[in-house]
Design a protein. Sequence first.
Length: 143
Amino acid sequence: MSLSTKPYLLRALYEWCTDSGHTPYIAVWVNAHTRVPAQYVENGEIVLNIGSNAAKNLHIDNEWVSFSARFAGVAQDIWIPVGHVRGIFARETGEGMGFEVEPYGENETDGIQADSAPVSQAAARSDGEAGQKPKKKILKLGK
């Protein structure tokens, strides 16, 4: 089994975003192995602000992305298998990188692991900009 480059690229692009003064976001494929607030999952995906003002104790290791964030004022621990990260990008420019999903575990359609407290969409935005969705931009690598 070879070592995945994905966690290394995630860490590098996170650092690039913050060094550039941008806000890093990740798009995540959600299943039972992903611990996120279920009320914000749309079509099996959630987009999360992982900037230092929103994500406390962010840790990206070779298997998991983990941090604490507030949703409607309630702190929640977020756990995401690295293989479930679909992309990382800068909110301000949309620049970043997309990835193939590498499902964690065997039963990939089991549902969502999350706290079930109802929270409004506006309250969930950790950057305080209700109604605005981050824009994604696909980058082509090469020459």
